[in-house]
Ligand binder design. Sequence first.
Ligand code: SAM
Length: 197
Amino acid sequence: MDKRTLRYIALLRKMNPFLEGNVLDYGCGDGAMTSVFIPLNSTSNFFAYDGPETNGQNVQELLNQAKILLNKRARVIERKEDLPKEYFDTITLICMLHGNENIIEQCHPYLKKGGHLIVIDHDKKHLSDEEYIQSITDADRNEILQRSYNEVLRDHTKMDVYDCCRITRSMRLRTVKTLDHRTLEGFPFYLCVSEKN
Ligand SMILES: C[S@@+](CC[C@H](N)C(=O)[O-])C[C@H]1O[C@@H](n2cnc3c(N)ncnc32)[C@H](O)[C@@H]1O
């Protein structure tokens, strides 16, 4: 495994203390990321959902891939109407908030009171042009191919952990833990865990 993947797994591990009970990966895409963090925690029941708003991708195709990849390890929920309200102890939003600022409002009804919302996203606002280019991963490259370099640049440098906290607090969620590129030795991601009162 390359260094960047190992660092990403180390970041995903930081979610572990907050993954409990029924865990929903909201916006799971093809389930690739969900399939990485499920094995890091064996005690939870995992669910995965991907929604109707995409960047030109066929959601049904993504969900079919997720069903194969997550087979027997997570239940893939295909329709928003089938998401039970106030049912999930944890909801994860992995690389979902940038460019989609109302996603927290959208998933909020499905989180139990006392449950945790975990946001992990790009933290690249502070990078120079050169540092940004060096930070581009294979996953970013795929996104650039589907959209455009400039759109991805705009979205990945749009928000930081403070922007995330501003949104979660406006939803009356209590911030429990934050990490960003400063606390992750320059790794350009942030993590924000908050609790629903
Ligand atoms: C950047 S991808 C992230 C996928 C995955 N979380 C990961 O980290 O690999 C964004 C995903 O969010 C989904 N999506 C976009 N808007 C959504 C919404 N309003 N509700 C649920 N899913 C959404 C898209 O279909 C896409 O699969």
